[in-house]
Design a protein around this ligand. Sequence first.
Ligand code: TYM
Length: 338
Amino acid sequence: MADTKFVPRVFSGIQPSGGLTLGNYLGAIKRFVEMQEGEFETIFCMVDQHAITVRQDPAVLADATRELCAGFMAAGLDPEKSILFNQSRVPEHAQLAWVFNCVARMGWLNRMTQWKDKAGKNQENASVGLFAYPCLMAADILVYHATHVPVGMDQKQHLELTRDIAAKFNHDYGVDFFPLTEPVIGGAATRVMSLRDGSQKMSKSDPSDMSRINMTDDADAIAKKIRKAKTDADALPSEFAGLENRPEARNLVCVYAALADMNVDDAFADIGGRGFGEFKPMLAELAVEKLAPISAEMSRLMRDPSAIDAILAAGAGRARDIAGPILRDAHEIVGFAG
Ligand code: TYM
């Protein structure tokens, strides 16, 4: 049996479908880098098996996976300190997901807001994989006995389901085998919103490129998108509470604070009372200062795809060393012979 005294271990994943956005960076990757420097063992995954729950062009998917790995490293993840790999190379994820397909209930998955949003009115035509997606996500996490999972706010419901699956498995089989993983959702920008509509999440699938900042945008594109970002006519208030009914202004302030590594209240010392004519150029300058070096480093790393493949292969080997024994124990608990 694996040791059930769980080591502090972080797991998180990002889909290699479309490029990285500022939302992915502030909500997830920046937090990954902070946790890598803490007391945790850290594992970060390019979840290519999740990506194919909706149609992907095979030629694009492989490159998008490498680009995501380049983005991880450019932002500060170090393959010596963190395990970096793509999900499809570690078959233990899909194997444990099958067990979880048999633990989770249809009703649980039916209630997932992401399923309802993505399948919409066309559920009959959605893939079985899209429906079962949260079971694979639970397996991603629990096959490492991960104790902490840094994510943006939109993943909260999936992490609650992961805990439900772990608890039901433990209960059904009378064991204390899977940890109840803690979501880590924090920082000033847990939900970065569209630059065109403060009620919508910033997303790589939004048809308007002006709605988001891509991690590959150059300085001119970043500055232009911030200049054109939707706002209202008023100046910024003197404290955060004054932004309650101003979603677009609130979003830009949260992005500013997150990029500046400040909490929102401290950010008001710099920006409180300023009009957008002043604040937007400050934000653009800060965004370019923080993001341009990442995008330049990503392009440099992408010039050597075989070096990235070698990093992914080494990471997969290390990941399997952890996942293999945990999967074997789970199989034994379930009653699989051999
Ligand atoms: P994905 O690929 O949609 O997003 C990756 C990470 O980026 C965060 N994020 C945001 N955070 C703040 N504001 C935004 N606008 C924003 N957009 C995206 C997400 O919250 C996420 O942390 N199901 C997951 C991938 C996954 C996973 C896992 C995550 C698969 N297995 C296991 C954690 C643990 C997803 O689709 O994320």
